[in-house]
Each structure stands twice: as C-alpha cells, then as structure tokens.
Design a binder for this molecule. Structure first.
Ligand code: ADE
Ligand code: ZN
Length: 333
C-alpha cells in the first residue's frame, strides 16, 4: 500500500444524504415505492446537475428516496465502510432534519437509523462516526430556528454540533444568529458554510455574526489577506473540499485552488469530500490529490488528520482514542 493510502484520515465535512451513490439512491427509492425523476441521472452511473443551484436540486431529489430509519442506517453504514477502507478513522457527517421533515419523517427516527449505522460500522471497521444536524440557509432563519429547537429537544450522544449549508447567496449570516445562539448557549460547537460560492465578505460576515469555530469551505477567504491573518490568528478551522470546489466551478482547476496558500498563511485546514458521488471524489481521493497535486508530504497529510481530530466536535475520551491511533502511525511516516 502506498504511504498516502495507508495514512489514518479524518473527515469533518460530508453531507450524509449527499454520500449515497446513484445505485443506492435507486435501491432505496425502489424499496420505498418512490418514482425518482429520470432527470436525476445523467446516465447509469452519475447524478445529473450542471451548476450549484441544479446540484442543490439534484440533492433534494435524491433525498426524496430516503424515507425510513433503515434507509439512513444503510446510507451511513455504506459510507463509513467505504471511508474505513480508505483509511478513515473518524467521520463527522452533516444530517439535514429539513429534508427528513419534507418526507414526513421525524428527526428522532432519522437519528435512530444513523446511530444504528454508526454502531454497525464501528463494530465492523473500527471507524468512529458522529452527526452534525444542519439548517439550510436558503430556507430562511425561521426554519433554521426550528431545526435548532428540534435538535435541542431530542439530544443524542452522537449529535455533537450544529451547522448551516445551502445557498450562501440567500439571506445574511446574522439572520441565523438566533438559531446558532440557541445551540451554542446549550453547549454545542458550530460550523457554517461560507466562502464557497460567495467571496471573502461572506466568511467575514459569518465570523462576525455566528459562534462558529469552523467554516465549511472558507476557501475564498484566500482573496483577502487580512481575513486570512485573522483566521490563522483565531485558529478558525477551514473544512476544505477541493474536489467539490473544482466540480462546482469555484475554481477552474487544482492549479488555481488556494489550498496551499491557506496552509502557507498559517490557517488550519482539513480535507473533505462534501458530497462524494456528485463530485466524483472520496476522502481517500482528497488526501491523494493533496499529496500529488498540491505536493503535501505524508507527514503534512498526517498533520491534517491531527488538525481534524483536534477540531472535531467529538467528546474528549473519543478524541484521545483517535489521537492515540494517529500517534501510533506517526512513527512510521
Ligand atoms: N449542501 C450539500 N453540499 C453543499 C455545498 N457544497 N454547499 C452548500 N450546501 C451544500
Ligand atoms: Zn458542504
């Protein structure tokens, strides 16, 4: 096995609904008697979308196939198994309570399924999984507040934080402060997507308005040196998803992607797959690309795993166990 493939890896930014490949989505739809639109698939093996907005629409359509706790169990069990085979020891997934509500299922039922899949994957592969419910920015602050309330009303040991995804061009981060305040005051750490389809001002506004220790993507902060300095100084962790950024056209190619500049500016970065089958990626591929295209050494990639575990929203004892696994590998790098 090559040095990068053998590295322990950790992922903090993957949308669980977006982790299900077309075959699995089709299988779930069949067993639930759901007709998926033909337009969801480009051919037998790919989801069809062409830009950020049509990607979000394809994502919504695929979510429609997920109707029962066992669907979520199968999706996360399948995903964590694939990650473990690529060396991942820890994966924090985003879950979307609003998509669950769309199909008339309740939050606790989704959690029950996700927790069963996490337990089965850990028992079989040793990989640890945790969950971050997110609100969808384009659905507005009222619904975000409802997600926050739902999450707090039904605590679960695997639910470790709160986040926001969706269309970054809609509303302002400050509009979501009540939802984030509620969960932060209850002791949950937070992350929000920013600086993906919008520029550095979006990252600035998020850091100013919301109690976040991590930013989803954040790559466009690279356009503002003062902001980069602040991110580095404050130790804000960027959940960088290079494959997603290229697929969605945020950058034309890897040569123009700022991963290296973020690292050189002293920012803490992690590597993530976002929605792997949509972007033809995986956590293993992200690490391999960071090595081959950005020139990061196995030691630097192991440091990125360390950064991810340090920034994970997981409990102290689990973090200690994960850190020991990384240290066990470090001697051989
Ligand atoms: N939901 C799923 N993937 C996303 C992304 N890359 N940006 C915003 N919202 C998302
Ligand atoms: Zn994302």
């Amino acid at each position: 096995m090559n040095a990068i493939a053998a590295l322990p890896k950790a992922e903090l930014h993957c949308h669980i609904e977006g982790s299900a490949p077309p075959d699995l989505v089709r299988r779930l739809a069949r067993r639930n008697g759901i007709d998926l639109p033909d337009s969801l698939f480009a051919d037998g093996t790919r989801f069809a979308w062409k830009d950020f907005i049509s990607f979000l629409a394809a994502y919504d359509a695929a979510c429609d196939a997920m109707r029962r706790p066992e669907d979520y169990r199968d999706v996360i069990y399948d995903y964590l198994g694939r990650c473990a085979r690529e060396g991942a020891i820890y994966v924090e997934v985003f879950s979307s309570p609003e998509h669950v509500e769309d199909v008339g299922m309740d939050y606790a039922a989704q959690l029950e399924g996700l927790a069963a899949g996490i337990d089965a994957a850990e028992a079989e592969c040793g990989i640890v999984g945790r969950i971050i419910p997110i609100c969808l920015r384009h659905r507005g602050p009222e619904r975000a507040l409802a997600v926050a309330r739902t999450m707090l009303a039904a605590p679960h040991p695997y639910v470790v934080g709160f986040g926001m995804a969706g269309d970054e061009l809609r509303y302002a981060p400050a509009d979501f402060a009540p939802a984030f305040r509620l969960v932060a005051d209850a002791g949950y750490p937070c992350t929000a997507h920013a600086g993906e389809v919008a520029g550095p001002q979006s990252v600035r506004a998020t850091l100013d308005a919301l109690p976040v220790s991590r930013i989803g993507h954040g790559v466009r902060a690279s356009e503002d040196p003062r902001l980069l300095d602040e991110i580095a100084r404050r130790g804000v962790v960027l959940e960088v998803c290079p494959g997603s950024n290229i697929a969605l056209g945020v950058y034309r190619n890897l040569a123009s992607h700022p991963l290296r500049r973020l690292i050189d500016a002293g920012c803490k970065v992690t590597l993530n797959s976002d929605d792997p089958p949509y972007f033809d990626t995986s956590i293993g591929r992200e690490y391999a690309t960071a090595g081959h295209a950005f020139g990061l050494t196995p030691r630097q990639l192991l440091d990125i795993t360390e950064t991810a575990v340090a920034a994970a929203f997981v409990d102290r004892d689990t973090r200690r166990r994960l850190t020991a696994r990384i240290a066990g590998h470090a001697a051989s790098v």
